[in-house]
Design a binder for this molecule. Structure first.
Ligand code: SF4
Length: 62
């Protein structure tokens, strides 16, 4: 079963980096923060690229 990424919305600074790197999984949501709209939408390597480039490291595996 694929791992599920989650965004810590308290820590997210809405920079949109993750949504540019991996739009298949992350989107900017109505609360102004990034969120996961399709947890299995991309390979784990691409999700981890988004995690690694988040400036506040607020994307984690559930
Ligand atoms: S990269 Fe991190 S801080 Fe930037 S929008 Fe995504 S979750 Fe938020």
């Amino acid at each position: 079963m694929p791992r599920i990424p989650v965004v810590d919305k308290e820590a997210c600074i809405s920079c949109e980096v993750c949504t540019h790197i991996c739009p298949e999984v992350f989107e900017m949501q109505a609360d102004g923060k990034s969120g996961v709209h399709n947890p299995a939408g991309a390979p784990e390597e691409k999700i981890e690229e988004a995690m690694d480039n988040c400036p506040v490291a607020c994307i984690h595996w559930a």
